[in-house]
Design a protein around this ligand. Structure first.
Ligand code: DX5
Ligand code: ZN
Length: 221
């Protein structure tokens, strides 16, 4: 099944709860929460209090994307705030195996993220240990950037790596995804689609439906 994970970074923060409820009701299966520390990425976004305050609003999967140096320091706190899945950057973890094990031992789904310039071959060893790989399709740090076309080859390569090993690892793509380019990433093998601006600008419920219709067409076609 193809999953839509609206990134709340694109939402109107003055009505965050309402907008999360709206995309849930429209059928988005995950909610993507971008935590930024101003060190791993230039910007600072939000952390535990925001995640915690949104938890009662929806039962959807909280897909927490940690753009944070040494995110292992926060696994327990992010779990307590309400995460279902924690995704950490390979580039931000000196001991990636330990951090992934910490997430798994906390009872959460595990994810590892790669920046656009990090090759998928770096996942060779850790791949069987994670539920999901997040491939960044822009440089992390800001919403509303332009999709980087060379990342499509990375999605294809990673899907082939997973298939060769009989793994059904989810591949999430994040950054610059719109209804116009989403088919390209689906064809390449992505199955969890993050969209910030393309969901929250204009009519969030309508935008969610547009994505879900494209997914349905893709799955049937
Ligand atoms: C960027 C974040 C993304 C971002 C996506 O660093 O990881 O999740 O919110 O926003 P759009 O879809 O607008 O590129
Ligand atoms: Zn993200």
């Amino acid at each position: 099944m193809i999953i839509l994970s609206p990134s709340i970074l694109g939402a109107d923060f003055t009505k965050l709860g309402e907008q999360v409820a709206e995309v849930d009701k429209a059928g988005a299966q995950y909610i993507h929460l971008d935590v930024m520390d101003g060190a791993f990425v230039p910007s600072i976004s939000f952390g535990m209090p925001v995640i915690k305050s949104l938890r009662p609003v929806t039962d959807r999967v909280f897909d927490v994307h940690m753009m944070v140096e040494e995110p292992g320091r926060y696994v327990e706190d992010i779990k307590k705030a309400g995460a279902d899945l924690i995704c950490v950057h390979q580039e931000a973890c000196l001991h990636l195996d330990r951090t992934i094990a910490q997430i798994r031992e906390a009872g959460l789904q595990t994810g590892v993220a790669l920046n656009p310039a990090t090759p998928v071959e770096t996942l060779d060893v850790i791949l069987p240990e994670v539920d999901m790989v997040l491939l960044m399709t822009v440089n992390p740090g800001f919403g509303g950037q332009k999709f980087i076309p060379y990342t499509v080859e990375k999605i294809k390569k990673l899907r082939a790596m997973c298939s060769e090993r009989g793994l059904s690892t989810r591949i999430e793509v994040d950054g610059g995804i719109t209804p116009d380019n989403v088919r390209t990433v689906l064809e390449a093998g992505a199955d969890v689609i993050v969209a910030g601006s393309a969901v929250f600008k204009g009519n969030p419920a309508g935008n969610v439906k547009t994505f879900l219709n494209i997914f349905q067409e893709f799955e049937q076609g």
